[in-house]
Ligand binder design. Structure first.
Ligand code: ATP
Ligand code: MG
Length: 164
């Protein structure tokens, strides 16, 4: 199914609203609406997990920025969730995607360590990748990169204008 990324982010912001009091969440979308082909519910779950982490591991009154970009050939869409929180030590950068792995740095906050493992599985079945890097101003940037091309099976319908 074709999912409007802007709409999905709105749904996610409603879901985390109660829990994101005292955070400013800014959303920066491309001018044109952008669509990815996939399971809306699962992709929203990925975003809820990643945005919840950004909230959970950052201080009250800090800002979270969600930026969506599309590359020149319209082949890839990237969603970056940047927070100004505690950051992820480099030695844990890969391991946080393992089931139940939690960084020592986040001991003071409760969690099961499953969120990102689930996100990685969902992103990979959509042919995408997920990774983290330090946020230049401090904190963490989580990047979710998803292919935008139309799966072969949908082409005949696209030509007949049945799928938007
Ligand atoms: P839950 O299963 O409830 O999501 P969790 O948040 O601990 O628990 P993950 O979402 O899988 O588990 O994240 C794994 C670990 O990665 C976290 O325990 C934390 O150490 C680290 N982490 C994830 N996101 C961030 C972030 N935005 N800033 C700092 N550390 C993070
Ligand atoms: Mg989590």
């Amino acid at each position: 199914k074709w999912c409007d990324v802007g709409d999905m982010i709105s749904v996610v912001l409603v879901q985390v609203r109660e829990f994101s009091k005292h955070r400013t969440i800014r959303v920066d979308l491309p001018e044109q609406p952008s669509f990815i082909c996939g399971d809306e519910i699962l992709l929203e779950q990925v975003l809820v997990n990643v945005v919840s982490n950004a909230i959970k591991y950052s201080p009250d009154y800090s800002e979270i920025v969600i930026t969506v970009t599309v590359d020149e050939n319209n082949a890839k869409l990237t969603i970056v969730v940047a927070d100004a929180g505690i950051g992820i030590p480099d030695i844990d950068r890969e391991r946080i995607f393992e089931k139940f792995y939690r960084s020592e740095s986040s001991r003071h906050v409760t969690g099961t360590g499953l969120g990102l493992a689930i996100c990685k599985g969902i992103v990979e079945v959509h042919g995408g990748t997920i990774g983290t890097e330090p946020n230049p101003g401090g904190g963490t940037r989580v990047s979710i990169c998803l292919p935008m091309e139309v799966p072969d099976a949908l082409f005949p319908y696209m030509e007949q204008g049945e799928v938007e």
